[in-house]
Design a protein around this ligand. Sequence first.
Ligand SMILES: CC(C)(COP(=O)(O)OP(=O)(O)OC[C@H]1O[C@@H](n2cnc3c(N)ncnc32)[C@H](O)[C@@H]1OP(=O)(O)O)[C@@H](O)C(=O)NCCC(=O)NCCS
Length: 266
Amino acid sequence: MRPTPHGLEWQHWRVRAPERAPAWLEVFSAEERPQSWELAQTEGTFPDVWPEYNHHGDNAGAYFGELYPRFARYQALFVDGRSGALAARARTVPFEWDGTLDDLPHGIDAVGMRAISPVGAPTALSALAAEVAPSYRGLGLSGVVLQVMAAIAASTGLSPLVAPVRPSWKDRYPLVPIERYAAWVRQDGLPFDPWLRVHARLGGRVLRCEPRSMQVTASVRDWEAWTGMTFPEDGDYVFPGGLALLNISGGSGSYWEPNVWVQHDI
Ligand SMILES: CC(C)(COP(=O)(O)OP(=O)(O)OC[C@H]1O[C@@H](n2cnc3c(N)ncnc32)[C@H](O)[C@@H]1OP(=O)(O)O)[C@@H](O)C(=O)NCCC(=O)NCCS
């Protein structure tokens, strides 16, 4: 991917947005704008971006919790140049990777844990989350977010950028294995899934599917509260927003979120 804007020190950028979006976006790092970052963490700034269960990963709190202040320079906020409203957020982590599939972490939990407990110096950048605020969706901003992630990687000497992609429409097909879903293409040859399509258009290539990327384990009571469902007996359940099945057994609910590793060469 050709990162944009090119060759600038990563601190504060102004980027041209797609035609349907605000005429320009200010892009700040969390290091530069700590107060805006804290504000973005509060509920209400990015409402309904994730289904509730997604906030309760067994390990996710450990690595998402380290992003600020430790990795502040790798986090980006996108501010509407006209209104000053937060339009999007990019969260990434640096990690050590030798570039082989053998050494590629097994999903988002694994890359997050490697990033916070490094053995050596980081060599690559992994996306953790691209979030567009609901009122800015459908304007083409997701590609800009991805390009800024690539530009962060380029300007910090970390290459390539990889992403454990959470396909947007996988929740519509929770019974389909992730390997099959990720392989679905439209007549034009681009991925069926809209978010995988954005990656593909920007030159991303699929490295591997991870059926077990992020683990969420909790009591049945918690799962019932998060999903608005009742789980009367042990078994596998389809649930709202779930990309795969939830297994209920012995009073506990266990879920593995699948992801698709995509690499962007910079
Ligand atoms: C996924 C997400 C980042 C996409 O951002 P976005 O700025 O709304 O997406 P874009 O406007 O750039 O559109 C990207 C593609 O999705 C499609 N799309 C966008 N909104 C859509 C909608 N409501 N319904 C159907 N398709 C939609 C677009 O048509 C486009 O596909 P195209 O190839 O046909 O043009 C955003 O929806 C989001 O923040 N989701 C929640 C968090 C998340 O899942 N992040 C990604 C995993 S880390």
